[in-house]
Design a protein around this ligand. Structure first.
Ligand SMILES: Cc1cc2nc3c(=O)[nH]c(=O)nc-3n(C[C@H](O)[C@H](O)[C@H](O)COP(=O)(O)OP(=O)(O)OC[C@H]3O[C@@H](n4cnc5c(N)ncnc54)[C@H](O)[C@@H]3O)c2cc1C
Length: 475
């Protein structure tokens, strides 16, 4: 009974030696439809793993919830035993390892219902965006997913959610109508503009620090065909492309959401020729409107310089994942970012120096600048802040070892030091990973929003039981 011993030790430590963990654990298992796992159970090692393999967490208990009632039971158990609560859907965005905590895994809560007439969806907490996209597209509708359909709907939305329709319709959290949420004291409530409106405000940006969302209702939009894709230019044109991109985005209508990427394709068989092992500068985007107008905007690039590879064209929105071609399989991923107020010539030079290899490989895979503005800037929902940022910087690396992680951090810190004059000081928390999420939580919000969040946190979660998400400490 290795797992019982481990559990008893953990709970004894966390509850000052009170011998009551096993009794409550049995009660939890009896109440839950889903499984409860502790170390030693055969499924424990699979269940504790997330998409990001850099996270190696050892929860005291894992609750594989299958209903809102299971979540209520799990939260009661955490309160009885004194355990902290961590929440995981896919593990794409783990802020802090759930060591010695109760890990609530929502992957079994995956139901998606579309209301075609109302153009809305009710989405359970463990769904991934691909689930919603497939069902919504059958009804001629689109959700505000991001670059990867494998990312979970909930972590993505609670942190913001910037996808290929963002300039037209806003961040994903701007389209939330209501949340069903279990509060840290174990009540299942609804949060919307009319019910528990302060919690509704806080969840939209403050996310997993305030409650365990079991489902949400969102607006969908009539998008079925877009003009989207990538123009690949050689790395030798990196400076020229970034400079042209800076000027071009100022002319764009809100229907066009774009980014520019300095991409170092790894020399591995999974990457097709002629990209394998190459560095490219990519203009990437999605025009949600009259495709002829989308083509006209992209033709401006084709006329400027013919791209080495032209993969921009008319496409069904159901294939939006082909724009970013994000990795699907779990991997050790590290990322960081910052909001930028614009791009100076010096900033462009720093990005090219940091993102295009000069003498040997770099400790990063890509630097992406996503163009914001449009509906992102016009909306004002929730605690989410920094809507005036012009570019959202996202830097990604594959970091399987501590040395690789250290090299990534050193290199990206140096890039950010050079970008200081164009950095607003704000960060987009969804584009940070690991420790940096907690270290920089405050920079994710305006001073006013952060003050309001810590007051809300004090009312909802005074002992900070939900301490494994953003670092929002009770006021
Ligand atoms: C390959 C890749 C592509 C990405 N593309 C984009 C993109 O295009 N745009 C963008 O904005 N972001 C993007 N992201 C960032 C992504 O939005 C975050 O990593 C997000 O946190 C992932 O959510 P998840 O639910 O899948 O992850 P998880 O790791 O399961 O959850 C992340 C956090 O969200 C909170 N959370 C999850 N479920 C709940 C719940 N039910 N109740 C309360 N809190 C909860 C918890 O705090 C949890 O720690 C991408 C990330 C990756 C790795």
């Amino acid at each position: 009974m290795l797992h019982k011993t481990y559990l008893a030790q953990t709970i004894n430590r966390l509850t000052n030696g009170q011998q009551r963990g096993d009794e409550y654990l049995e009660q939890l298992q009896a109440e839950m439809t889903g499984a409860v796992l502790v170390q030693g159970d055969p499924e424990y090692d699979v269940a504790r793993r997330g998409w990001n393999l850099n996270v190696d967490q050892h929860p005291a208990v894992i609750a594989l919830v299958q209903s809102a009632a299971d979540v209520v039971a799990a939260v009661r158990y955490a309160r009885q035993t004194g355990l902290g609560i961590a929440i995981q859907s896919t593990g794409h965005g783990v802020a802090r390892a759930a060591d010695d905590a109760l890990l609530i895994v929502t992957a079994g809560l995956r139901n998606v219902q579309i209301d075609e007439g109302m153009a809305t969806a009710r989405v359970e907490a463990g769904a991934v965006w691909g689930d919603v996209l497939a069902k919504a597209q059958r009804a001629g509708l689109a959700p505000l997913l991001g670059s990867s359909p494998n990312v979970g709907v909930m972590g993505y939305t609670l942190g913001g959610g910037m996808g290929w329709l963002a300039r037209k319709y806003g961040m994903a959290l701007d389209s939330v109508l209501a949340f069903e949420v279990v509060t840290p004291d174990g009540r299942l409530v609804r949060a919307s503009a009319r019910e528990n409106s302060e919690l509704f405000w806080g969840l939209r940006g403050g996310g997993g620090a305030l409650g365990i969302v079991t489902a949400m209702e969102i607006n969908l939009y009539p998008v079925t065909t877009v003009y989207g894709g990538n123009l690949f230019y050689p790395a030798s044109l990196a400076k020229a492309v970034l400079t042209r991109y800076r000027d071009w985005v100022q002319t764009l209508p809100d229907a066009m959401t774009t980014s520019v990427v300095l991409m170092n394709y790894p020399p591995i068989p999974a990457i097709p020729e002629p990209l394998r092992g190459q560095t490219m500068v990519i203009v990437r985007g999605c025009y949600a409107g009259d495709v002829a107008e989308g083509q006209r905007l992209i033709d401006e690039w084709r006329t400027w310089r013919a791209p080495q590879i032209d993969a921009f064209g008319v496409m069904p929105f159901s294939e939006v994942a082909s724009i970013s071609m994000d990795p699907v399989d779990p991997m050790p991923s590290q990322h960081t970012g910052a909001w930028l107020s614009g791009l100076s010539d010096d900033a462009i030079a720093a990005l090219v120096r940091g993102g295009v290899p000069q003498d040997g490989p770099l400790p990063l895979v890509f630097i992406e600048l996503r163009h914001a503005g449009g509906a992102i800037a016009r909306h004002d929902s929730g605690a989410f802040s920094h809507r005036d940022g012009v570019f959202n910087l996202f830097i990604n690396g594959v970091t399987p070892t501590p040395e690789a992680r250290a090299a990534f951090t050193q290199h990206t810190d140096a890039i950010k030091a050079h970008l200081q004059p164009v950095m607003t000081g704000g960060v987009y928390l969804n584009f940070l990973a690991g420790e940096e999420v907690q270290q920089r939580t405050q920079a994710g919000f305006s001073a006013e929003a952060y003050a309001r969040l810590i007051a809300l946190k004090a009312a909802l979660d005074p002992t900070n039981r939900l301490a494994y998400s953003y670092d929002i400490r009770p006021a």
